[in-house]
Design a protein around this ligand. Sequence first.
Ligand SMILES: C[S@@+](CC[C@H](N)C(=O)[O-])C[C@H]1O[C@@H](n2cnc3c(N)ncnc32)[C@H](O)[C@@H]1O
Length: 334
Amino acid sequence: MLSERLSLALSGGDLTLPATGRIAVFAPRAGADLSMLPQDRVQIITAFRPDHDAFATAGYACARQPEGAFTAALVCLPRAKAQGRALLAQACAAVTPGALVIVDGQKTDGIESMLRDLRGQGVQPAVLSKAHGKILWFAAQSMPADWHPRGPQPMADGFVTAEGVFSADGIDPASRLLADSLPEKLGTHVVDLGAGWGYLAARILARDNVRSLDLVEADHSALECARRNVTDPRAQFHWADATTWRPATAVDAVVMNPPFHSGRAADPDLGRAFIAAAATMLTPQGRLWMVANRHLPYEATLAQHFAEVVELAGDNRFKILAAARPLSKSRARR
Ligand SMILES: C[S@@+](CC[C@H](N)C(=O)[O-])C[C@H]1O[C@@H](n2cnc3c(N)ncnc32)[C@H](O)[C@@H]1O
């Protein structure tokens, strides 16, 4: 874990933080313990709304992009390699020349491959291994141009996506199955929860009878892609946590392919929280349409929040679930 490695590196005396100046911490996950850093000098930099909100609530200064000068940076390595490189390039560019850059990650998140990549760039970082991961530190140097964030890029099918966003290489087959299974009439006000780069939203807006669509997405990079993929004026974009966001008025339909991972671990609780949130958003006649991996046990949660639940379609990998008549106790939470 980050906190164990960082504490050990700092207490062992090998890693020394600069005595003054701001410290940029890139992409820490909610719950990460940063108490060994001086909080009043830390700026959290994250594009993921639930992480942003958790650190802001804990009193940290938070931003989506580094702002101002820093005398040190800590990068918490994400799973996607291109995204990790982009964060590292950003960190090296954000600190004063030659300042301290620290990278922490689990083996499963690719810290060893990052170490090899850094060595390939002529960087010889100090390395401490512990708790199935490594912490590396070195003096900042500029990273190759192709490591820097590239922002939204075109891919096949005419959409744009960016490094690290869900299904960046193409249309997700589960989302395609859901889009193919949706009825022609969804209602006039629809919400796409966890909208990603906007595939489902684009398919929903192919219906003339939809007057307004809210795209709710936690990953700011994905939402930026969605803004380019969905230029229809009926769309509104919300950088928000779907489990806490609420529409101004109750809606006719919620459509979603909910996330089922927190970091590397499968986490059906996230999908369950999406279902509970969807139930609060709907009118009494409103409906939820969702896709899930066949093995994920969402039916019991659906039954807790809706009077009617049916499996509409599916195959051996995915199931399309439709739920109607949200229970008043769930709607009352609005
Ligand atoms: C399985 S993907 C589906 C993406 C998109 N609807 C599609 O069909 O391609 C789930 C999406 O939920 C987003 N997400 C994860 N946690 C979230 C949260 N708490 N609030 C909002 N979006 C979240 C992820 O970033 C991801 O884009």
